[in-house]
Structures are given as structure tokens and as C-alpha cells.
Write a protein that binds this ligand. Sequence first.
Ligand code: PGA
Length: 249
Amino acid sequence: MTRTPYLAANWKMNKTVAEAARFVDALLPQIAATQHDVVVCPPFLDLHEVVERSRGSAVRVAAQNMHEADSGAFTGEVAAPMLVEAGVDAVILGHSERRQYFGETDEALARKVPAALGAGLEPILCVGESEEARDAEQTDGVLEGQLEADLAGVEPPRLADVVIAYEPIWAIGTGRTATPEQAQETIAFIRDVLRGAGAEADRLRILYGGSVKSGNAAELLSEPDIDGALVGGASLDPGDFAAIVEAAG
Ligand code: PGA
């Protein structure tokens, strides 16, 4: 089965509404011919602007987090129905920065992933090992643990509706990229784990993330199991991100 390449721009906490508008206006003509899935993930406040400006284009829009409840007394949080009404298509869940700095837990993710699917949002679930875990050869165990815990509430027929982003923590924002062989090997392992859990593994899209740039994207994306990229730093410039979309073939 051929899987449509999936390129996602994770802006993190960057760009005001005006800056987001300029980015979309610059990006759209550069990706006008693409057949790939192109997803822009701006901060909450920019979502509306990016949805409006990218209407009718290949760009789909994702949030960077959400709460698992539909509404309630959760000051500072945003719920799936709010994202859906705003025209958002997808949501990043479990990014390592949220796990590390904001106490995101596997228990919460086990509720967030099915809540996103139930609301009609495509979850982009991030998993990845620390440098210590890789050095101690515990990568497989860490990933298996995260996948099992975070996807515990998803029925097997829906597992392939989740996009997985494999982001080794030691490669995020460090300029240190996993080699294409390392990324391929680990992503193939993730696909096997999810096949074992009953997923339609040939349909499942698994992205690599961690210091992806226009200069290394083609090599990473040519690996058979790497279906796309979750791009941080290099996604802030429309030309750089368009070059990564182009590198996916
Ligand atoms: P980076 O970030 O491309 O800046 O390493 C990737 C991510 O954290 O999603």
C-alpha cells in the first residue's frame, strides 16, 4: 500500500496572528501542486487565521494540544469541540515538550487520543526516547510502553487513524538528527508493535521528527517506513518548509 506523505509544521510557541498570516500567504503558492498531506500546527490564537487563509488549499490545520473533556472547569485549557468548530482538522498530542515541561502523562493521553478521534480530529501522537534510554538500549521498551499506554483507549480498527510521530528527545531542537537508518529501524519497530496491537499497519502513517531540515529531509523520507516529518525549527520559514514538502517526492 502507498501511504500519502504527511508533512507537519510544528510552530511551537512562535508567530503572532500577523506573522501566521504572512507565513500562509507565502507558503500556499509554493505548495500549490502538492499531493501530500500538509499540516500546519500553530499556537491556539493563530488557528482561526490559518484556517481562514488556507481554505481551498492543500493545507490542513492542527492544534498543538487539547484537553480530554468537552467542557468544564479547566482554566487555561481548550477542548476538542472548540477546535472542530474553528475548522481545525488534527491535534498534536504528547509532544515531548508537553511531557517534559507541562506534566503531560500517559494516563491523560490515554483519554485525549480517543477524545480527539471521537470529536473527528486526527491525533498526531508523539513518542520518543531520551538520550539515556537510547544509550542504555532501552529505546524499544520505552516506545512500546508509551504506545501501549497512550493508545489503550483506541479500538484496533481506529488505530490506523492515529498519526504517530517518532521524535527521539535527543534530536529535538539540537541539530542532532537520527540517522536515516536509526529512524527507519525504530519506525519499523513501531509499525510492528501496532500491527501486533491489531492496527492496519500498512495504512498507518508514522512520521519522523527531530531536527528535520530541507537538507536532510529527502534522505530521511526515502526510507520505506518513514511516511513524513514533524518539523519544528525549520517549519518557521515558508521556503524551508515548502522545500521539505518537496523533498517528500
Ligand atoms: P525540531 O522540532 O525540528 O526543531 O527539532 C521537532 C519537534 O519538536 O516537533
